[in-house]
Design a protein around this ligand. Structure first.
Ligand code: KG4
Ligand code: ZN
Length: 336
């Protein structure tokens, strides 16, 4: 049995270097997040090589800062949790190597955690889980509908067959000349425009699968055509129409799954779960469907990548100690 009294958690899957300290699965003593977003902005997206280099430059500062904030020493740590995937290979490597170095130097066991399970467990900071529950995981790299029948057991009901939702937000933002990451900017603009454009509703074979590439292409074509013809348009109206459709597609699948699966809770997870309209719509539609189902929204500070969520998943993980020989898996699947 792993001693999970004091977890040091290391998250470096994409463009945030984050270190957290979690005591007894309850007290978050530190959650240091060093975001690289400003450095990647000038390239319009995350540059993997730059991400690895910045993780390397920052990780020791973040570890020192987290230990200081938590007011603990290496000797107090009982378990080191690191993100084993999915994510950018070079970025993940920086995290696992830091974890291994501390493990060897201070004789502390290691536990690799799935980043997506981390996103799901971010809601554990504000609510207990009442199984069975359904969770919609929407991030820059993933869009998944997951059923949890008991603690740390995940059943993938459906996933995107092409682009992830966050990725579409970022591409739509780019064609509108907005900065990376596009999600928060589109979210804000969408509340200022009109639902003027009739965008396609994608067809997918799997009952609970998603598809977003057709919608993304439709928005890119719409904007490029208007630009070519010199037509005036408002980015706000494009953002509103796009976001309305995205939220409709996502919440439709959740409501559909509620017909088949009797659950006590519906959870949102992942970077896109910070989306205001998605949060409001899911609450309203689930309430309309069955007022006994509780909707749990992760706190905003825990929606985008951070080590606190990975620490929480590590606390509830039923996996055995990771070996010093283990590597990372950039394409780790929920059922691996
Ligand atoms: O989970 P996350 O931090 O990183 C990955 O694991 O991918 O998610 C980042 C994604 C980006 O695509 C970003 O544009 C999107 O989440 N995002 C949002 C919002 N805030 C972040 N998308 C829509 N609305 C938001 N408010
Ligand atoms: Zn993430």
């Amino acid at each position: 049995m792993l001693n999970k009294e004091m977890i040091l958690s290391i998250e470096t899957s994409c463009d945030e270097t984050s270190i957290a300290v979690l005591k007894n699965g309850k007290e978050l003593l530190a959650n240091v997040v060093s975001s690289q977003i400003n450095k990647h902005k000038e390239f319009g997206g995350v540059m993997p090589e730059l991400a690895s280099r910045l993780h390397l430059e920052n990780i020791m500062y973040c570890i020192d800062a987290a230990l200081k904030e938590a007011n603990i020493d290496y000797k107090d740590i009982t378990l080191i949790v690191y993100t084993k995937g999915p994510g950018l290979i070079g970025a993940l490597h920086v995290g696992i190597q830091a974890a291994k170095a501390i493990s060897v130097a201070h004789n502390i066991p290691l536990l690799g955690v799935d980043h997506m399970k981390g996103h799901i467990y971010s809601s554990r900071y504000i609510s207990d889980f009442k199984f069975p529950l359904l969770t919609l995981v929407v991030s820059g790299g993933h869009s998944e509908l997951v059923l949890m029948e008991s603690e740390y057991k995940f059943k993938l009901l459906g996933e995107t067959k092409d682009d992830a939702v966050g990725e579409c937000y970022d591409k739509v933002a780019r064609v509108l000349g907005l900065e990376y990451p596009g999600g928060p900017i589109i979210d804000k603009l969408a509340h200022e425009g009109e639902n003027k454009y009739n965008l396609p509703y994608p067809k997918v074979e799997g009952k609970y699968d998603f598809s977003f590439s057709g919608l993304k292409t439709a928005v890119l074509n719409l904007v490029n055509n208007m630009k070519q013809k010199g037509e005036e348009f408002k980015s706000e109206d494009v953002a509103t129409s796009f976001q309305k459709r995205v939220v409709e597609i996502l919440t439709d699948k959740v409501i559909l799954a509620l017909d088949e699966y009797k659950v006590n809770q519906v959870l949102l997870a992942g970077g896109v779960s910070a989306n205001k309209e998605l949060r409001e719509t899911i609450v309203n539609r689930v309430k309309e469907k069955d007022s006994n189902i509780e909707v749990v929204l992760p706190p905003l500070w825990c929606c985008t990548d951070n080590a606190a969520m990975t620490a929480m998943a590590g606390f509830y993980s039923d996996e055995e100690e990771s070996s010093i020989d283990d590597g990372v898996n950039p394409s780790l699947e929920l059922n691996d």
